[in-house]
Design a protein around this ligand. Structure first.
Ligand code: PHB
Length: 408
């Protein structure tokens, strides 16, 4: 209450000198403002509240997202028409919907952000969605990949992926490559359930057989008992989804140590399991694993080369960007495109209308926002882990272009 009164008072007490300062361009020269536009707002920053985990077990996801967002500003400039694009970064501390909600509230009410962005984890994004609706605040999803998320608020746009979007092509690829009997293994929360259900649906529709389906705890799973169970069933392949950030290494180790590959059991997965940031730590254990995903650091394009250079400048502590960094980079590109299209007038409904149908040349390839669903349409790549020099990469060898989210 008191804090609010203070803000209100200081809002009224804008001095003449502050007004004058706001009317100056960055080089200090007086700046023309549009007829009738309030002079004080012309140089106000465009505020983007970036919510992601920067501590706890998912801390690396936040680092990737912030790195990707800052890489965009480094590569393309950090202001539009004299207004700075300002990132206000908040740490959700992990899978913590209540924390995410409280932080989003602060960003909307106190910081008066123009955009909410980030969102590595589905449960956090789900918790914030009603606030976006209430405040009419555009919410740019840079990773969280559960299909239904975009239906939770008309103010959500997603520039990342959905689990069904990358899983359906893998099931198709598997049936085309003589894989007939599969065990699924997923992390036991919304995106894992999405991946499991889509794999089963597409795989069975083309004649495949699901031998068993295993869901492992989201935090600290001990993979050994699950892997033993799968080994006893001797499927042609295991399909896996685990969230990026840490578990892939333990899973890969357990898979190899139990000797599943020696029995001829293949590992196929979404790209989360062999994500770029973990790949070198997995080393030889990951060799030959086939995955589907929307981004690989090994993708060859001028846009990806420029992106990787910019990322290395702003995030030198990370070895390379992963798909979350690219989601953040593209999220910033989408925000910049909309700000330009609207001449900086950022009314929530007009912003959302501008996001619909937006097309971008991303480091992953061409992307567009489906005007019906506000979800992304993109190419999904089939990749295989290979060693190049001293490093390991997801090397793309087949494509499924123009993939919508089949979950809708
Ligand atoms: C999610 O919570 O939606 C999520 C997190 C990590 C991933 C994919 C999806 O790698």
């Amino acid at each position: 209450m008191l804090a609010n009164a203070g803000l209100w008072l200081s809002g009224l007490m804008v001095s003449a000198s502050l007004l004058l300062a706001a009317c100056k361009s960055t080089d200090g020269a007086p700046r023309a403002t549009g007829a009738g536009a309030p002079a004080a707002t012309s140089a106000e920053p465009i505020k983007i509240g970036l919510l992601a985990p920067f501590s706890g077990p998912f801390a690396s996801l936040g680092a990737q997202i912030e790195g990707g967002a800052r890489a965009y500003l480094a590569a393309h400039g950090d202001s539009i028409d004299g207004r700075k694009l300002e990132l206000i970064v908040r740490d959700t501390t992990g899978m913590a919907p209540d924390v995410a909600k409280r932080l989003a509230q602060g960003l909307i009410v106190r910081d008066k952000v123009d955009f909410l962005a980030g969102f590595a984890l589905t449960p956090n994004a789900m918790a914030v969605a009603p606030l976006a609706t209430e405040a009419k605040k555009p919410m740019v999803i840079m990773n969280a990949a559960t299909s239904s998320l975009t239906t939770k608020s008309p103010y959500i746009v997603r520039v990342s992926l959905t689990l069904p979007q990358v899983t359906a092509p893998l099931a198709t690829w598997a049936t085309r490559n003589a894989i007939r009997r599969v065990c699924t293994l997923v992390s036991d929360y919304a995106p894992g359930v999405d991946a499991e259900e889509q794999f089963i649906k597409t795989f069975q529709a083309s004649g495949g057989q699901i031998v068993d389906s295993v869901r492992v705890p989201v935090q600290n799973p001990d993979f050994a008992p699950f892997i033993q169970r799968i080994k006893d069933e001797k499927p042609d392949a295991v399909f896996a989804f685990l969230p990026a950030g840490s578990q892939g290494i333990a899973f890969m180790k357990a898979f190899r140590e139990r000797g599943l590959d020696q029995l001829g059991i293949k590992l196929i997965a979404t790209g989360d399991v062999t994500e770029d940031q973990l790949l070198d730590a997995m080393g030889d254990q990951a060799l030959g694993v086939v995955t589907t995903h929307h981004y690989s650091a090994a993708h060859e394009s001028p846009e990806n080369t420029a992106f990787k250079l910019a990322f290395a400048k702003v995030a030198p502590q990370s070895t390379r960007p992963n798909f979350m960094a690219v989601g953040a980079y593209d999220g910033m590109a989408a925000i910049a495109a909309v700000v330009r299209a609207l001449g900086g007038q950022l009314d929530g409904d007009r912003v959302m209308a501008a996001f619909k149908g937006l097309e971008l040349e991303s480091p992953r390839g061409h992307i567009r926002i489906d005007p019906e669903t506000r979800d992304i349409i993109q190419t999904v790549y089939v990749r295989k882990v290979e060693k190049r020099g001293d490093a390991y990469y997801n090397v793309e060898f087949e494509q499924f272009p123009d993939q919508k989210d089949p979950g809708k």
